[in-house]
Each structure stands twice: as C-alpha cells, then as structure tokens.
Design a protein around this ligand. Structure first.
Ligand SMILES: *Cc1c(COP(=O)(O)O)cnc(C)c1O
Length: 370
C-alpha cells in the first residue's frame, strides 16, 4: 500500500465493500450467452419494469438536463409531503435510501460513538457505521429476525444510533408495529432509531402499522423509504427519510445539494401518483412468493418466511449452488457474507422467471449433477 494510503484511518483501510448482485450483462459476457436469456433474481428489483407513467415523466425531464437539479427537490418533497401527510421540513431526499442511511450515520456518528444493529441485518448499516469510524454493536438474531429487546439492552452510554430493517433484508423477517413501539419506548431519546422500511409497500394488510404517525411523539425516529423496490426505480437511485425537522435539518446540511438528479425526481413524483402500479407490484409479489414457496417445498428446501419481495432458501452449500445456478443462466444472491452460508436469497420475479429458477434449482440439486 502506498504511503498516503497507509495514513488513511484504520477503519478505511480494513473496509470490505458492499457486494452487489451480479449484473445480467456481466454473466452474459462470462458465459457468452444472450443477456435476454438470463434470469436475474438477485437484487430485489421490481420485475414489472418501470411504470409507464414514470417512464414518460422521465422522458419529459430529459429536456432540462443542461440545468442542475432542484437542490431542494421542491416538487418531489411536495409530492411526498402530500402522499404521506408530513411537513416538507421532515423530509431528506437521497440518492437511493442507502444515501440517507449513510447520511444519518455521518450526521450522528463519529469515532468514539457506537451504533446497534442485528446480526443478518442489511449490510449498509455496518458499512455506514464503519465508514465514519464508529463502533458497531451487532446483536444476535432470534430465528434470523431482529431481537428488539436484546437490541434495546445493547444500547450503551456511547450509543448514538440503532438500526431496524422491517422487513429485514436478506432474511425477510418482520417485527410487529407493537414491538417497534415497545422498542421506541425503551430506547433513550438521545439515540436515533433508524427504521428502514424499504419493503413496507409489500406488507399484508394485517401487518401494516403507521410509523409515520409515531414521528409526532418520537423525536429520535428516522424512517427511511425507497423508490427502488415496489415503485420500480432501482436504476434511478431515489429514496428519502422522514424525521423530526431538527433531525432532517442536520442531515440536509451535510447532504450533497444535487444528490437526487432531475430525471430521478421526475420519475419519483410520477411513481407516487401511480397507485395502480404499486398495487400490481404487490399482487404479483404475493403470487410469485406463493409460487416460489410451493416450489421450494416440493424440492424439500426450508425457507425463512418472508414479508419482502425475496425469500431465503436453505440449499446446503450456498456458494456452490449459486455457482451452479449461474451456469444455468440464473442469478440469485449468495448470503455467506451475512453469516448464512447455507442459504440463498431469491428475489420474486415474473411467473416465468420464478419457474426458470425453480427448474434450474431442481436440476443443480439433483443427485449426480456436476
Ligand atoms: C434495497 C434496500 C434498500 C434500498 O436501497 P436504495 O438505495 O434505496 O436502492 C434499503 N434498505 C434495505 C433493507 C434494502 O433491502
């Protein structure tokens, strides 16, 4: 390592970057295959493709690209405020919700501070905490899900932040609104609780809870949402946080002013209005989840019951089965990096894609397959 790099902080030198899902184009190059024949169920993307309304709004936005985006995102914030019944001052826009998660960490953490999250929780929490030189407190999971009581107990005097993903990725596990309220009641008010609701649109009606209404009485609550999943805009990179105006103000001060580009802002506004698209996404997800669960059951493979748009299935040697599936042109996500080496995470796709995945899995798990 060159001298300049040796002087970088230890927490940067030991950083192990986020491992994204393998792009279909990359596998196509590697296998010499047609990209169109590859099934990618690796990144929890929306299999419906972009909403036509969002696509047309984004095309219209192309006319203005010589100008900088609206740094305050006025139109998008107005749309979010109206949609969710919040004040515009409560909103922080992000280049994806990963951006707001990282902003929250940069706002409230520093060397000497600690942050609590669960084992098997979304990888971005650990990365955001490490990137600012803070200390991670990883709490053991219960049945792969968040143990909220243990997490509340893990809060120390130097703890400034606690992350909860609901549902969690990659496990798909879910905690009830009641359990979240109990957590908020226990965590000191000087600890920021980040509630990551990236998959909340997929929840069944009976599981729904309204965290946004809790912002009134919990000034330390930060809710994050994304346009990448049920809204189908993963490639545009838009997400946001809802928080107490004082919290939002601090986060907005260190936010890059043009972090959400013009086209993304236009697309997100159109998506928010396209309730039909979100409803179709949900329906397709429910059906695809049932299809995958039934298929895995036929193969005798255990799953972790999931409330997201993906499900973890236990296949034995996750890395090996992942490799075999790649050779069949099916990309799923190995989760060895999440301390789940026997599992694979499969995103719910179109019915035909789910079928291809199940067929490929049957083939590669058959005795004698090599
Ligand atoms: C996908 C995901 C996000 C969203 O990421 P974006 O940056 O908004 O695309 C956030 N949290 C969790 C738990 C996720 O799985």
């Amino acid at each position: 390592m060159i001298d300049a790099c040796e002087r970088a902080p230890a927490w940067i030198r030991t950083f192990a970057p986020y491992v994204p899902g393998k792009p279909a184009s990359e596998l196509a190059r590697e296998l010499g295959l047609d990209e169109a024949g590859i099934v990618k169920l690796a990144s929890n993307e929306n299999p419906l493709g972009v909403s036509p309304k969002a696509a047309s709004a984004m095309r219209a936005a192309l006319a203005d690209l010589a100008r900088y985006p609206d740094a305050n995102g006025f139109a998008l914030k107005s749309a979010i405020a109206a949609h969710h019944g919040v004040d515009m001052a409560a909103i922080v826009l992000g280049n994806g919700s990963n951006d707001v998660l990282e902003l929250a960490a940069r706002t409230f953490l520093a060397p000497g501070a600690s942050a609590v999250f669960s084992r098997h929780a979304f990888a971005v929490y650990a990365l955001s905490v490490q990137a600012v030189g803070a200390t991670a407190i990883e709490v053991p999971a219960r049945d792969f899900g968040h143990d909220l009581e243990a997490m509340a107990s893990a809060v120390r005097a130097d703890t400034r932040m606690l992350f909860v993903a609901n549902p969690n990725n990659p496990t798909g596990t879910f905690v009830t609104g009641e359990a979240l309220c109990a957590l908020l009641a226990r965590v000191p008010r000087n600890v920021v609780v980040v509630l990551d609701e990236a998959y909340t649109e997929y929840l069944r009606d009976e599981d729904r809870y309204d965290a946004i209404s809790w912002l009134q009485r919990h000034e330390n609550l930060v809710i994050t949402r994304t346009f990448s999943k049920a809204y189908g805009l993963a490639g545009m990179r838009v997400g946001f946080a809802l928080a107490h105006p004082d919290v939002a103000d601090l986060m907005n001060r260190i936010r890059q002013p043009f972090n959400v580009n013009t086209v993304a802002q236009a697309g997100a506004i159109a998506c928010l209005e396209d309730t039909d698209y979100v409803a179709r996404s949900r329906r397709m997800n429910d059906e695809g989840m049932a299809q995958l669960e039934a298929g895995f059951a036929r193969l005798g493979l255990p799953v972790i019951p999931s409330r997201g748009n993906f499900v973890c299935v236990r296949v034995g040697n996750g890395a090996a089965v992942f490799g075999s599936l790649l050779r069949e042109g099916v990309i799923v996500r190995p989760v060895g990096g999440y301390a789940m080496p026997e599992w694979l995470r499969v995103s719910v796709g179109l019915p035909s894609e789910n079928e291809r995945c199940l067929d490929a899995l049957r083939a590669v798990l058959a005795p004698g397959h090599r």
